[in-house]
Design a protein around this ligand. Structure first.
Ligand code: HSE
Length: 431
């Protein structure tokens, strides 16, 4: 195709980045791909509320139907986020036989199956590289570059804001609030940053990764999600002294016919590749067969990195417009059919547990008695020496323990008079 007419819906941070990237590269793209990537129309509900320098040759509208009805538009780029009206827009575009590029993780995670079926029916493509890891080529690497492999595990640092905060707390000694403010100022966080901090943003991305690797649609409400707002300097420092590092990890792990899907702060060995992922970078570590371990890393949030994922999708559409793109690489169908989700209460992991206790004889014995009653075996115990008479932190690393047992034991231990405040429990992964 010598000209691809694009209808862009959503002219926020990423939308503006896409326009900037396509304009500055138009000549280069024309020469390299013999295709003109032309943004014909932009739709945004606020488009007339401010001046739009540089958009003199672009039609502007507040009504997305103008794009869906335009027979000259080949591709709709949806960048408004959320489910409604994004779903109506994407379905409408596909039914009008237009290809779709979207960065909308919530939409793909929640409605992907329906949208992919519609795309197939209409003979169109729906591409979503920027929905996970922004422009870091995670989706295409898996769906195309790793096609034919089986996927046993996916471990991802897939929220740039959380990784930025944890890195800033650990390396630059910032407080949680200072680090969050900086992430927001740099444009990494969602408009509602609680989606990042609570782990929900990573859960949407994990649902997409599970689908493209293991072929199973998992609703985000079935993913166990825990955010990072209870992580303190104290735990970061303890982790360091134990040669561990804390990250918000999205995990999908297959053992037999059971699949763990969870997002939570996790302590991982300091010498693992994932522990070296700093700042706003995202990374995924894939356990595959027969290819083995694969690691992908790059900047996973920010205007231009997100925009470049969209641009890569547009170029891929441009060069394969008559052949719908692959959207999955996943495991054999019979394995997928038998795969069931493991409930969080059934999960077994090692734990880091920090108790604040009164420093006097017999305290440790009272804690370890409760742990023993719940079949929780201790791997190590350490205590930081503080001023006499004050409370002191005691850190226990457990061997593999059952979630339900740990939860019950911690409830009982919290009630002990010698224990002050709620214990902090952080799961550990060996990887
Ligand atoms: N807010 C997201 C993050 C970027 O911090 O990773 C977009 O997915």
């Amino acid at each position: 195709m010598d000209c691809i007419n694009i209808g862009l819906i959503g002219y926020g941070v990423v939308g503006q980045g896409v326009v900037k990237a396509l304009k500055s590269r138009r000549k280069f793209l024309r020469e390299k791909y013999e295709t003109d990537f032309f943004i014909k129309t932009i739709c945004d509900r606020s488009i007339f509320k401010k001046p739009n320098p540089g958009l003199e040759n672009t039609a502007l509208t507040v009504d997305y139907h103008a794009i869906l009805k335009d027979p000259d538009i080949h591709v709709v780029v949806e960048l408004i986020g959320g489910l409604s009206p994004a779903k109506e827009i994407v379905l409408g575009a596909l039914r009008a036989k237009k290809h779709v590029v979207t960065a909308n993780k919530a939409l793909i995670a929640e409605c992907g199956l329906e949208l992919f079926k519609e795309a197939e029916t209409q003979g169109c493509s729906i591409l979503f590289e920027s929905s996970v890891g922004a422009g870091v080529p995670i989706i295409r690497t898996i769906t195309e570059g790793m096609a034919g492999n089986k996927f046993n595990g996916v471990y991802g640092i897939i929220n740039g804001t959380c990784n930025f905060i944890l890195t800033a707390m650990s390396k630059h000694k910032l407080t949680f609030a200072q680090a969050l403010k900086e992430a927001q100022e740099k444009g990494y966080a969602e408009s509602n940053p609680s989606l990042d901090i609570s782990g929900m943003d990573a859960a949407y991305k994990l649902a997409i990764l599970v689908f493209i690797t293991m072929g199973k649609f998992v609703s985000v409400k079935d993913i166990y999600v825990e955010g990072i707002n209870h992580i303190s300097h104290e735990d970061i420092e303890f982790a360091e002294s134990l040669n561990l590092s804390i990250c918000l990890l999205a995990i999908a792990k297959k053992t037999g016919n059971k699949l763990d899907v969870r997002v939570h702060p996790t302590m991982i060995p300091k010498d693992h590749g994932l522990a070296t992922v700093n700042g706003v970078d995202n990374a995924i570590f894939l356990d595959t067969d027969p290819l083995g371990d694969v690691f992908i890393e790059g900047q996973g949030a920010g205007q231009m990195t997100a925009a470049m994922g969209v641009v890569a999708d547009l170029i891929n559409l441009g060069i394969r417009v008559d052949a719908p793109a692959c959207i999955w690489a996943f495991n054999p169908a019979d394995e997928v059919a038998n795969l069931t989700l493991r409930k969080i209460e059934e999960v077994e992991t090692r734990f880091y547990i920090r108790f604040m206790v009164i420093d006097k004889p017999g305290v440790l014995a009272s804690i370890t008695t409760v742990l023993g009653q719940h079949n929780i075996s201790i791997a190590s115990v350490s205590q930081k020496q503080e001023d006499k008479g004050s409370t002191v932190p005691v850190v226990i690393l457990t061997h593999k323990a059952n979630e339900r047992e740990v939860k019950e034991a911690l409830e009982k231990i919290t009630e002990l008079a010698v224990v002050k405040g709620k214990p902090v429990a952080i799961r550990m992964e060996k990887l």
